[in-house]
Write a protein that binds this ligand. Structure first.
Ligand code: GRF
Length: 189
């Protein structure tokens, strides 16, 4: 599930297609009509749908998403820049099977505008985190983190771009691999 440009979705779809990460993407859902991530899904022949909220309640919106996920037999949900907070009812339905990627070394810098806040706080090291989704935002168990050194001249734009290209696109497929192996019991906790 994604809301925007879909570069993480693309990295995941490439990893599934090449076999680097076990699994198959059965459906891509965006909450934004015309979002670039929908084209990414189509490029990889993954059925891709915009399911917008359209003034409905969160419950009604999520109900429609859950219906589509059920139709496609989805077992795991990968949030890749999905910009809505899921309700605890939704999360309970897929308990322990929803992952998210966040552009900071959690538990530091939860929430939005992470690059601006990290530059403002003059952090020396930054990175990204893949974690399980629980009802508290950006708080679930960490699966994998990747770090980079923040350059002295770094701007929020350069930092968020470096986190994306130097860390996230490699980290998310590896984290899914690790999570899958653990879930299937191939790796001891
Ligand atoms: C990424 O930085 C991700 O960490 C955050 O949203 C951004 C999505 O980027 N959750 P993209 O749409 O995958 O390019």
């Amino acid at each position: 599930m994604a809301s925007g440009r879909g570069s993480n979705a693309k990295a995941l779809l490439e990893a599934f297609r090449s076999g680097q990460t076990p699994g198959r993407a059965s459906v891509l859902i965006s909450d934004q009509e015309g979002a670039a991530c929908l084209e990414v899904g189509s490029e990889f022949d993954v059925p891709s749908f915009a399911i917008t909220k359209r003034g409905r309640s969160k419950q009604e919106h999520e109900k429609e998403i859950l219906k589509v996920l059920a139709e496609y037999g989805v077992h795991h949900i990968l949030l890749a820049g999905y910009m809505r907070i899921l309700s605890s009812e939704f999360i309970d339905t897929f308990q322990g099977t929803i992952l998210n990627i966040h552009p900071s070394l959690l538990p530091d810098f939860k929430g939005i505008n992470t690059a601006e806040r990290q530059i403002h706080s003059k952090v020396k090291v930054s990175g990204a985190t893949v974690h399980e989704v629980v009802a508290d935002v950006d708080s679930g168990p960490v699966i994998l983190q990747g770090a980079l050194e923040v350059h002295p001249q770094e701007t929020p734009e350069s930092l968020s771009n470096r986190i994306l290209t130097e860390i996230e696109h490699d980290l998310y497929p590896r984290a899914v691999w690790l999570f899958t192996a653990r879930t299937l019991g191939h790796i001891e906790e």
